[in-house]
Design a protein around this ligand. Structure first.
Ligand code: TRP
Length: 339
């Protein structure tokens, strides 16, 4: 039996290069050595976007099409929808009975996001409970590992504390999940701010070749370089960060960097070569995505089948949990007859 991995992503619609290097490029290679469960965290989307839920389902389909296009294989991994496995919510509820609220208030991102996101009222129970639901997502499958970046390690530490506290009351039930640390290149957006759909500074996996060329042409570079013969800075320059992440021709990248530093190459050449490398990487994904979108019913089937399989496991877990919490009405009924 392979060890199990669980990870989820909120349905944000079409994915961009940040999702590719930050998640999918790490998720895909795990498929051979782990029993992988990857899911659409649609309830997690509601924790902050409860006011407008109209695009969640459409976004989920777009996102899963990108997952498969990027190499997630429904023949190897279980791809499913969180809300189609309502046992996640039942486990979340039971966990919520034992977990002190200050444990959740202490999560660093909690206060930060409450303060930063001013246009939404995030003083809700659902938003506070985000890490608790995330814990339920993981432990309901007895996952050994969760692929996460460095920044998510404290969340997983909290998950293990939540598990241990639950075990104190009801006995050993779950596997304590460990982080599977993933490293990935930090990619800024086209304008050198944080890459985000809301800033309009992304290259999307579904962008066509022309769009990629146009977006790369607009990319922020070294602002001090007003002419091609002015020596430029490579470090922290988004165009070169993208070259490092996506151009497989290391010799070409080295040559461009050397000439850039010496003021011996124009931005046009650097950017043209970057757009070419990006399009070479994205083209096979575009083709797979277009193929999937021609048959959305097949995509639906993949998710229904995956959710059914996931639910089977979640239901088994919840039977053990209900027993442990002594909410075992079926097995108790005989004993009551014999009192
Ligand atoms: N928090 C993750 C995100 O922001 C989504 C998520 C929900 C998740 N539950 C999870 C990730 C469980 C890993 C494991 O996209």
């Amino acid at each position: 039996m392979k060890p199990r991995v669980v990870s989820g992503m909120r349905p944000t619609g079409k994915l961009h290069l940040g999702h590719l290097v930050g998640a999918l490029d790490n998720w895909a290679p795990l498929q051979d050595s782990y029993d992988c469960f990857y899911f659409v965290a649609d309830w997690h989307a509601l924790t902050s976007d409860y006011a407008d839920t109209s695009r969640i389902v459409e976004s989920a389909y777009d996102m899963v099409a990108d997952w498969i296009a990027a190499g997630l294989d429904p023949g190897k991994s279980t791809l499913f929808i969180q809300s189609l496995v309502p046992e996640h919510a039942e486990l979340f509820l039971l966990l919520s009975m034992t977990i002190p609220i200050p444990w959740l208030e202490r999560v660093p991102t909690y206060k930060e996001q409450m303060e930063q996101i001013a246009d939404k009222d995030l003083s809700t129970l659902g938003f506070l409970g985000y890490p608790l639901l995330q814990t339920a997502d993981i432990i309901i499958y007895n996952a050994h590992a969760v692929p996460v970046g460095e920044d998510q390690v404290p969340h997983l530490e909290l998950s293990r504390e939540i598990v241990r506290r639950f075990h104190n009351f009801y006995g050993q039930l779950f596997v304590e999940p460990q982080p599977l640390l993933t490293t990935f290149p930090r990619l800024p957006g086209l304008d050198n701010r944080k890459m985000s759909k809301s800033y309009g500074n992304t290259i999307d996996l579904a962008d066509d070749a022309e769009t990629v060329v146009r977006k790369v042409r607009q990319m922020y570079t070294d602002p001090k370089r007003i002419r091609a013969d002015v020596p430029g800075t490579v470090e922290g320059n988004p165009v070169f960060m993208y070259h490092d992440a996506f151009n497989p021709d290391a010799a070409e990248v080295e040559d461009l960097k050397t000439r850039y530093r010496a003021g011996k190459v124009g931005d046009v050449e650097v950017k043209t070569k970057l757009a070419k490398a990006l399009n070479a990487r994205l083209e096979p994904m575009r083709a797979r995505r277009a193929e999937l979108m021609r048959r959305p019913d097949a995509l639906k089937e993949i998710l229904m089948e995956g959710s059914r399989k996931a639910r089977g496991i979640a239901q088994e877990t919840m039977e053990r949990v209900r027993d442990a919490v002594k909410l075992n009405y079926l097995s108790k009924v005989d004993a009551i007859g014999k009192r």
